[in-house]
Design a protein around this ligand. Sequence first.
Ligand code: PLP
Length: 396
Amino acid sequence: MNERRIYLDYAATTPVDDRVVDLMVSLLKDRWGNPNSLYQIGRDAYTTLETAREEFARLVGAKHPNEIIFTSGGTESDNAALIGITTRARPEGGHVVVSAFEHHAVLDPAHHLAKLGYEVTYLPPRNEGFVHPDDLAAALKKTTVLVSVMHANNEIGTVQPVSELAAVAHEGGALFHTDAAQTLGKVPLNLAGLGVDAASFSAHKVYGPKGVGALYLKRGTPFAPQLRGGGQEFKKRSGTQNVAGAAGFVKALEIAVEELPAETSRLTELRDHVTRSILTTIENTEQSAMHPEKLPNLAHLIIKGVEGEAMLLQLDAKGIAVSTGSACSSGSLEPSHVLLSIGCPPELAHGSLRISLGRFTTVEDVDYFLDVFPPIVQKLRAMSPLYAKMFGSSAG
Ligand SMILES: *Cc1c(COP(=O)(O)O)cnc(C)c1O
């Protein structure tokens, strides 16, 4: 067995940075008080929590700390935004627009709103991998209450023109939410500048702990709390706060923001190296999305005539972790809704490969992957009736 372990799936989750672990351990020991208690032990925890909130607001460009609500992660933030905003802004029913390639944490609440009687439009992105503001303008109705388009797509890595989209939504009288789980710490972010009303974040995509997230709700945005109880988080999200988790999240974000300029150029170079090498050394491969605005750390390719799952397992046997869009988390064999939404034919969507790099990825890791990968493709293509049918018998 191969001893080497190479992680190239940072878009799925990231290891927790040691600096974050150290801070969290010390807070779990020393700041275990309930931040809602009035005595000193509680007040200390409160100070830690509120300092984290202020710092988070500053780092994402929110105008007021109380626009930041700590949650249990990206999924909770997305659910709360979609359902909480829509049902409070238009309890009588109305129209909601979400892009067709949203994360399931947005799509599923949208399905739920449809069941509640709201009209939902799943807006298709252009084939390059982005939602065009004109398409959004055309989709709006008088009754549109909320538009949700993600900041960057987690599968193909394209960054969306969020400030233009938010402006279009506002012109049409709708509110705008963006799922920014993939851009936080990777793309400079200024929420007030983007002009969004709500945004979702997740700590474990940015070297923080799992089970921690945040929801930005611009002051005045209508919102019905989805967790009711003790009234914590400005009555918007009840439950005793995860003080060490929130502070760990903010520490992780501080580090990411500080390292962002250097990491962006390092990762962009590595990403382009991976993409170029695969496209030139393996025939019948292509990039899945041509939109030039992309996450610096993510390469997404179509390897024609190969099953994504087969590639993943063969790479795993060599100690390399990557992702394929060919199956969703439920393990179904449906082709990815993201690739279908950008016009990728199902038979090609099955051969998709997502390589996402991060803080601990080295040139050696990438080169090892680039050594190991072409022979795997060759072997799988040689056994593939699909490949033979598509390109004749020559397995390249
Ligand atoms: C990871 C992710 C989520 C879910 O976040 P969790 O913290 O895992 O619940 C939502 N949206 C996007 C775009 C993501 O990448």
